[in-house]
Design a protein around this ligand. Sequence first.
Ligand SMILES: NC(=O)c1ccc[n+]([C@@H]2O[C@H](COP(=O)([O-])OP(=O)(O)OC[C@H]3O[C@@H](n4cnc5c(N)ncnc54)[C@H](O)[C@@H]3O)[C@@H](O)[C@H]2O)c1
Length: 247
Amino acid sequence: MDFEGKIGFVTGGSRGIGREIALQMAKRGAAVAIVSRGKDDAERVASEIESLGVKARGYACDVSSIDEASRVAQSAIEDLGTPDFLVNNAGIVRDKLILRMTPEDWNQVIATNLTGVYNFVRVFSPHFIKKRSGRIVNISSVIGLVGNAGQTSYAASKAGVIGLTKSLAKEFAPRGITVNAVAPGYIATAMTNDLGEEIQTKMLEMIPLRRFGTVEDVANVVIFLLSGMADYLTGHVINCDGGMVMG
Ligand SMILES: NC(=O)c1ccc[n+]([C@@H]2O[C@H](COP(=O)([O-])OP(=O)(O)OC[C@H]3O[C@@H](n4cnc5c(N)ncnc54)[C@H](O)[C@@H]3O)[C@@H](O)[C@H]2O)c1
Protein backbone atom coordinates (compact mmCIF):
# COMPACT_ATOMS: atom_id res chain seq x y z
CA MET A 1 0.00 0.00 0.00
CA ASP A 2 2.67 2.46 -1.04
CA PHE A 3 1.02 5.61 -2.42
CA GLU A 4 4.24 7.47 -3.19
CA GLY A 5 3.82 9.51 -6.38
CA LYS A 6 0.03 9.26 -6.15
CA ILE A 7 -2.36 12.17 -5.77
CA GLY A 8 -5.55 11.94 -3.75
CA PHE A 9 -8.61 14.20 -3.66
CA VAL A 10 -11.02 13.98 -0.73
CA THR A 11 -14.28 15.91 -0.39
CA GLY A 12 -15.33 16.78 3.15
CA GLY A 13 -11.74 16.27 4.24
CA SER A 14 -11.67 18.86 7.03
CA ARG A 15 -12.92 16.59 9.80
CA GLY A 16 -14.33 13.21 10.77
CA ILE A 17 -14.05 10.34 8.29
CA GLY A 18 -12.76 12.48 5.39
CA ARG A 19 -9.91 13.96 7.43
CA GLU A 20 -8.80 10.50 8.52
CA ILE A 21 -8.91 9.21 4.92
CA ALA A 22 -6.77 12.19 3.81
CA LEU A 23 -4.25 11.59 6.63
CA GLN A 24 -4.03 7.86 5.86
CA MET A 25 -3.35 8.57 2.18
CA ALA A 26 -0.64 11.06 3.15
CA LYS A 27 0.98 8.65 5.63
CA ARG A 28 1.45 6.29 2.68
CA GLY A 29 3.15 9.02 0.66
CA ALA A 30 0.35 10.48 -1.48
CA ALA A 31 -0.03 14.21 -2.09
CA VAL A 32 -3.54 15.17 -1.01
CA ALA A 33 -6.10 17.84 -1.89
CA ILE A 34 -9.10 18.27 0.35
CA VAL A 35 -12.23 20.36 0.07
CA SER A 36 -14.69 21.42 2.72
CA ARG A 37 -17.22 24.18 3.20
CA GLY A 38 -14.87 26.28 5.31
CA LYS A 39 -11.58 27.62 3.87
CA ASP A 40 -9.85 27.86 7.26
CA ASP A 41 -10.76 24.28 8.18
CA ALA A 42 -9.55 22.96 4.82
CA GLU A 43 -6.27 24.87 5.06
CA ARG A 44 -5.69 23.79 8.67
CA VAL A 45 -6.00 20.10 7.74
CA ALA A 46 -3.84 20.66 4.64
CA SER A 47 -1.09 22.05 6.92
CA GLU A 48 -1.49 19.05 9.21
CA ILE A 49 -1.05 16.78 6.18
CA GLU A 50 2.01 18.72 4.97
CA SER A 51 3.66 18.13 8.36
CA LEU A 52 3.72 14.44 7.33
CA GLY A 53 6.14 15.39 4.55
CA VAL A 54 3.85 15.37 1.51
CA LYS A 55 2.28 18.15 -0.56
CA ALA A 56 -1.25 19.12 0.40
CA ARG A 57 -3.84 21.76 -0.46
CA GLY A 58 -7.13 22.71 1.15
CA TYR A 59 -9.91 24.45 -0.76
CA ALA A 60 -13.28 25.85 0.21
CA CYS A 61 -16.05 24.52 -1.99
CA ASP A 62 -19.73 23.69 -1.87
CA VAL A 63 -19.78 20.24 -3.47
CA SER A 64 -23.38 20.74 -4.58
CA SER A 65 -22.26 23.34 -7.14
CA ILE A 66 -20.82 22.05 -10.42
CA ASP A 67 -19.19 25.44 -11.02
CA GLU A 68 -17.39 25.34 -7.69
CA ALA A 69 -16.41 21.69 -8.22
CA SER A 70 -15.00 22.59 -11.62
CA ARG A 71 -13.04 25.55 -10.25
CA VAL A 72 -11.58 23.59 -7.35
CA ALA A 73 -10.69 20.58 -9.51
CA GLN A 74 -8.79 22.90 -11.85
CA SER A 75 -6.90 24.46 -8.93
CA ALA A 76 -6.00 21.04 -7.52
CA ILE A 77 -4.71 19.89 -10.91
CA GLU A 78 -2.61 23.06 -11.26
CA ASP A 79 -1.28 22.82 -7.68
CA LEU A 80 -0.67 19.08 -7.33
CA GLY A 81 -1.40 17.33 -10.65
CA THR A 82 -4.18 15.07 -11.88
CA PRO A 83 -5.56 12.93 -9.05
CA ASP A 84 -5.24 9.14 -9.04
CA PHE A 85 -7.79 8.78 -6.23
CA LEU A 86 -11.13 10.52 -5.81
CA VAL A 87 -12.94 9.96 -2.51
CA ASN A 88 -16.43 11.48 -2.42
CA ASN A 89 -17.04 11.76 1.30
CA ALA A 90 -18.78 15.11 1.94
CA GLY A 91 -22.21 14.56 3.41
CA ILE A 92 -24.87 16.08 5.64
CA VAL A 93 -27.99 15.01 7.50
CA ARG A 94 -31.19 17.03 7.92
CA ASP A 95 -33.18 14.34 9.68
CA LYS A 96 -36.90 14.98 9.99
CA LEU A 97 -40.11 13.03 9.72
CA ILE A 98 -41.52 13.43 6.22
CA LEU A 99 -44.42 15.65 7.32
CA ARG A 100 -41.95 18.16 8.74
CA MET A 101 -39.42 17.93 5.95
CA THR A 102 -39.41 21.04 3.77
CA PRO A 103 -38.44 21.00 0.10
CA GLU A 104 -35.33 22.99 1.13
CA ASP A 105 -34.29 20.27 3.63
CA TRP A 106 -34.83 17.57 1.02
CA ASN A 107 -33.03 19.39 -1.78
CA GLN A 108 -30.04 20.33 0.35
CA VAL A 109 -29.38 16.72 1.36
CA ILE A 110 -29.78 15.35 -2.17
CA ALA A 111 -27.70 18.19 -3.65
CA THR A 112 -24.83 17.65 -1.19
CA ASN A 113 -24.79 13.87 -0.76
CA LEU A 114 -25.76 12.72 -4.26
CA THR A 115 -25.32 15.56 -6.75
CA GLY A 116 -22.03 16.39 -4.98
CA VAL A 117 -20.74 12.94 -5.97
CA TYR A 118 -21.89 13.41 -9.58
CA ASN A 119 -20.21 16.85 -9.70
CA PHE A 120 -16.73 15.62 -8.79
CA VAL A 121 -17.04 12.44 -10.86
CA ARG A 122 -18.06 14.62 -13.80
CA VAL A 123 -15.18 17.09 -13.49
CA PHE A 124 -12.43 14.50 -12.90
CA SER A 125 -13.68 11.81 -15.32
CA PRO A 126 -12.08 13.23 -18.48
CA HIS A 127 -8.69 13.11 -16.70
CA PHE A 128 -9.16 9.56 -15.44
CA ILE A 129 -10.31 8.41 -18.86
CA LYS A 130 -7.34 10.06 -20.54
CA LYS A 131 -4.94 8.31 -18.14
CA ARG A 132 -6.89 5.04 -18.41
CA SER A 133 -6.55 4.67 -14.64
CA GLY A 134 -8.07 5.98 -11.45
CA ARG A 135 -9.83 4.92 -8.30
CA ILE A 136 -13.12 6.33 -7.14
CA VAL A 137 -14.51 5.53 -3.68
CA ASN A 138 -17.87 6.97 -2.68
CA ILE A 139 -18.98 7.10 0.94
CA SER A 140 -22.54 5.87 1.25
CA SER A 141 -24.20 4.59 4.45
CA VAL A 142 -25.91 1.43 5.66
CA ILE A 143 -28.99 3.67 5.95
CA GLY A 144 -28.98 3.76 2.14
CA LEU A 145 -29.37 -0.03 2.21
CA VAL A 146 -31.91 -0.54 4.99
CA GLY A 147 -33.60 2.86 5.45
CA ASN A 148 -34.49 4.53 8.74
CA ALA A 149 -37.55 6.40 10.02
CA GLY A 150 -36.88 10.13 9.94
CA GLN A 151 -34.06 9.79 7.42
CA THR A 152 -35.87 9.65 4.06
CA SER A 153 -33.70 12.27 2.38
CA TYR A 154 -30.46 10.88 3.77
CA ALA A 155 -31.39 7.27 2.91
CA ALA A 156 -32.49 8.26 -0.61
CA SER A 157 -29.26 10.18 -1.19
CA LYS A 158 -27.08 7.32 0.06
CA ALA A 159 -29.06 4.68 -1.91
CA GLY A 160 -28.55 6.97 -4.91
CA VAL A 161 -24.80 6.93 -4.29
CA ILE A 162 -24.89 3.12 -4.46
CA GLY A 163 -26.78 3.15 -7.79
CA LEU A 164 -24.37 5.75 -9.15
CA THR A 165 -21.39 3.67 -7.98
CA LYS A 166 -22.57 0.46 -9.64
CA SER A 167 -23.52 2.15 -12.92
CA LEU A 168 -20.27 4.08 -13.08
CA ALA A 169 -18.27 0.92 -12.28
CA LYS A 170 -19.80 -0.73 -15.37
CA GLU A 171 -19.24 2.38 -17.50
CA PHE A 172 -15.61 2.81 -16.41
CA ALA A 173 -14.45 -0.82 -16.20
CA PRO A 174 -13.26 -0.86 -19.84
CA ARG A 175 -11.28 2.32 -19.10
CA GLY A 176 -9.24 0.78 -16.27
CA ILE A 177 -11.00 2.83 -13.58
CA THR A 178 -12.55 1.17 -10.53
CA VAL A 179 -15.50 2.58 -8.62
CA ASN A 180 -16.57 1.27 -5.23
CA ALA A 181 -18.55 2.45 -2.23
CA VAL A 182 -18.12 2.12 1.50
CA ALA A 183 -21.24 2.05 3.65
CA PRO A 184 -20.34 2.96 7.24
CA GLY A 185 -22.64 2.02 10.08
CA TYR A 186 -22.57 3.96 13.32
CA ILE A 187 -19.24 5.82 13.40
CA ALA A 188 -18.35 8.12 16.29
CA THR A 189 -17.93 11.58 14.68
CA ALA A 190 -19.37 15.08 14.99
CA MET A 191 -22.27 13.94 12.79
CA THR A 192 -23.35 11.25 15.25
CA ASN A 193 -22.20 12.63 18.62
CA ASP A 194 -25.35 14.74 18.84
CA LEU A 195 -27.65 11.69 19.10
CA GLY A 196 -28.94 11.25 22.65
CA GLU A 197 -27.65 8.61 25.06
CA GLU A 198 -30.82 6.52 24.74
CA ILE A 199 -30.43 6.24 20.95
CA GLN A 200 -26.73 5.44 21.35
CA THR A 201 -27.51 2.55 23.74
CA LYS A 202 -30.12 1.18 21.34
CA MET A 203 -27.69 1.39 18.42
CA LEU A 204 -25.03 -0.51 20.36
CA GLU A 205 -27.43 -3.40 20.92
CA MET A 206 -27.84 -3.68 17.12
CA ILE A 207 -24.09 -3.98 16.46
CA PRO A 208 -22.81 -7.57 16.69
CA LEU A 209 -19.24 -6.40 17.40
CA ARG A 210 -20.70 -4.31 20.29
CA ARG A 211 -18.82 -1.09 19.63
CA PHE A 212 -19.26 2.00 17.51
CA GLY A 213 -16.95 2.30 14.55
CA THR A 214 -14.05 4.73 14.46
CA VAL A 215 -12.95 6.99 11.63
CA GLU A 216 -9.88 4.73 11.35
CA ASP A 217 -12.13 1.70 10.72
CA VAL A 218 -13.70 3.44 7.72
CA ALA A 219 -10.43 4.91 6.42
CA ASN A 220 -8.83 1.44 6.50
CA VAL A 221 -11.46 0.10 4.09
CA VAL A 222 -11.10 3.12 1.80
CA ILE A 223 -7.30 2.78 1.74
CA PHE A 224 -7.67 -0.91 0.86
CA LEU A 225 -9.98 -0.03 -2.06
CA LEU A 226 -7.51 2.58 -3.32
CA SER A 227 -4.58 0.18 -3.08
CA GLY A 228 -3.27 -2.39 -5.54
CA MET A 229 -4.76 -5.07 -3.29
CA ALA A 230 -8.20 -4.15 -4.64
CA ASP A 231 -7.25 -4.24 -8.35
CA TYR A 232 -9.95 -6.78 -9.14
CA LEU A 233 -12.78 -5.12 -7.19
CA THR A 234 -15.25 -2.76 -8.81
CA GLY A 235 -18.93 -1.93 -8.30
CA HIS A 236 -18.93 -3.14 -4.71
CA VAL A 237 -20.38 -1.70 -1.56
CA ILE A 238 -18.42 -2.67 1.54
CA ASN A 239 -20.32 -2.25 4.78
CA CYS A 240 -18.10 -1.04 7.61
CA ASP A 241 -20.55 -1.44 10.46
CA GLY A 242 -19.47 -4.06 12.98
CA GLY A 243 -21.82 -6.58 11.37
CA MET A 244 -24.97 -4.45 11.75
CA VAL A 245 -26.18 -5.01 8.17
CA MET A 246 -25.14 -8.27 6.55
CA GLY A 247 -25.66 -9.66 3.07
N1 LIG B 1 -20.52 9.36 11.05
C1 LIG B 1 -21.26 8.31 10.75
O1 LIG B 1 -21.70 7.52 11.61
C2 LIG B 1 -21.54 8.00 9.31
C3 LIG B 1 -22.25 6.82 9.02
C4 LIG B 1 -22.53 6.52 7.69
C5 LIG B 1 -22.08 7.36 6.68
N2 LIG B 1 -21.41 8.49 6.99
C6 LIG B 1 -21.00 9.34 5.88
O2 LIG B 1 -19.61 9.58 5.95
C7 LIG B 1 -19.33 10.88 5.43
C8 LIG B 1 -18.52 11.68 6.44
O3 LIG B 1 -19.26 11.72 7.65
P1 LIG B 1 -18.67 12.41 8.99
O4 LIG B 1 -19.40 11.78 10.09
O5 LIG B 1 -17.19 12.40 8.95
O6 LIG B 1 -19.23 13.90 8.77
P2 LIG B 1 -18.77 15.30 9.40
O7 LIG B 1 -20.03 16.08 9.57
O8 LIG B 1 -17.87 15.11 10.57
O9 LIG B 1 -17.91 15.93 8.20
C9 LIG B 1 -18.53 16.23 6.99
C10 LIG B 1 -17.54 16.89 6.07
O10 LIG B 1 -18.23 17.18 4.86
C11 LIG B 1 -18.07 18.55 4.55
N3 LIG B 1 -19.26 19.06 3.84
C12 LIG B 1 -20.55 18.97 4.21
N4 LIG B 1 -21.33 19.59 3.29
C13 LIG B 1 -20.49 20.07 2.33
C14 LIG B 1 -20.67 20.80 1.14
N5 LIG B 1 -21.89 21.17 0.71
N6 LIG B 1 -19.59 21.13 0.41
C15 LIG B 1 -18.34 20.77 0.82
N7 LIG B 1 -18.10 20.06 1.94
C16 LIG B 1 -19.17 19.73 2.69
C17 LIG B 1 -17.84 19.27 5.87
O11 LIG B 1 -17.19 20.50 5.67
C18 LIG B 1 -16.99 18.22 6.60
O12 LIG B 1 -15.65 18.36 6.17
C19 LIG B 1 -20.67 11.50 5.08
O13 LIG B 1 -20.94 11.32 3.71
C20 LIG B 1 -21.65 10.71 5.92
O14 LIG B 1 -22.93 10.69 5.36
C21 LIG B 1 -21.12 8.83 8.28
